[in-house]
Design a protein around this ligand. Sequence first.
Ligand SMILES: [Zn+2]
Ligand SMILES: [Zn+2]
Length: 352
Amino acid sequence: MNTTTVKAFGASAADADLAQMNIARREPTPKDVEIEILYCGVCHSDLHTARNDWGFSVYPTVPGHEIVGKVTRVGSDVTRYKAGDTVAVGCLVDSCRTCSSCEHDLEQYCLTGFTGTYGGTDKHLGGKTYGGYAEKIVVDEHFVLQVPDNLDLAAVAPLLCAGITTWSPLKHWNVGEGSKVGVVGLGGLGHMAIKLAKGLGADVTLFSRTPDKTQDAKDLGADHVVISTDEDQMEAVKGNFDLIIDTVPYIHNINPYVATLSISGTIVLVGYLGDLNPMLNTIPMIMGRKSVAGSLIGGIAETQKMLNFCGEHNIVSEIEMIKMQDINDAYERMLKSDVRYRFVIDMASLKN
Ligand SMILES: [Zn+2]
Ligand SMILES: [Zn+2]
């Protein structure tokens, strides 16, 4: 298969800083869209993958799955895009297209496993897929999204992971006008959960361990802030929430949040993979038909609906723009939660 060589930024080993490298992109097949990447958001998964925190990274690895760019070329069978269009690519670049999940627009739950934008199995070139820290990417048009033209393109990038990860549970659990939604954690995911829930008409509460995020949360649209370490405040919201989106990325105690769910309420975990500690107490769940659930990003059709909704409601992420060459410092700052609320790479810097 013919390829072109493009500049990228990636890690050659778990303990290596990210550095410039060359990677191959396939020549567009009839169904492919070639995209010049303008902006790429920086997700915690990028850092975990670069440093092999989950134990399955393959090197070299080129992270990045919050991609916004311009179409440069399209294959002969592409119908939805043409050169010059503004488009986006999120966490998925392929799936089997035929299993029951794929048939129901749930490509993220493809029964044979979706192809991740980076670190996935590349069906065309073999080896692993390379993500958005690169000049260009080539993606099947089914996995390419349209970007509303009224939005700030750099601030759109984080919608492709942080946005859809919180949007999908909000929609699945039917959040709308008057719903009471709680959000645990105010980071990349949490700040999008607040904005999107508010956009859907919900009454939104941020749970925070400390009061220092109160003003920020209200500026983002939260109606209330509950300090989760204050027992009186937690008692005051017992039985209150229809849905809680828990974005905390590390092991934590979710029992106090279950107590704040209404009858038939649900807490959805989107940020943490692994065992809970302390264990889940089923008494409040059984006594109030409460659910503890999980959710993974969103399907392609749902992601397009979210982008359209964000266009209509002028919703984008709060970002800090960086140069590609600053990525290693940005990772260190992310580890200290020193970012409001998402880094986005200006990919023009990779041309320098
Ligand atoms: Zn991500
Ligand atoms: Zn499938």
